[in-house]
Design a protein around this ligand. Sequence first.
Ligand code: FES
Ligand code: FES
Length: 157
Amino acid sequence: MTTLTVNGRRQTLEVAPETPVLWALRDTLGLTGTKFGCGAAQCGACTVHIDGQAMRSCVTPVAAVEGRAVTTIETVTGGSDPVGNAVRDAWVRHDVAQCGYCQSGQIMSATAFLRSRPKGSQPSAAEIDAAMAGNLCRCGTYDRIRAAVADAARALA
Ligand code: FES
Ligand code: FES
């Protein structure tokens, strides 16, 4: 049994301690917005926030996040998070998604990046690219992602 705090709710799960957070979220809690891509911390599709930091849930065991706050795409884009709202709206304005598979991970990395910056600061293209480098997109939406992150930063300034 493992006790996790997911999207602000404390939950006790009947999973082994070595279970990756990704599968606890998807299979046990039904939070399927977080995606499986590579399972090896190489693609970013499974990105969630652990205490506000973007982390790869496919290689993070539940035992490592006991007592820490796990936040998923369902909360970040659910309407009550100003940074998540700004990123989601910018994503829509720039029509970022193509097949969509990588996009929840992209948004989780983008929101963690924008939260980590001084309020009102505008990131450079190079800073955005560095922050998003761990998130791959087979559809090649990188230009739109870069534009949307910059636009979200302007909206939050
Ligand atoms: S599924 Fe976790 S990084 Fe690819
Ligand atoms: S939108 Fe298809 S993989 Fe990124």
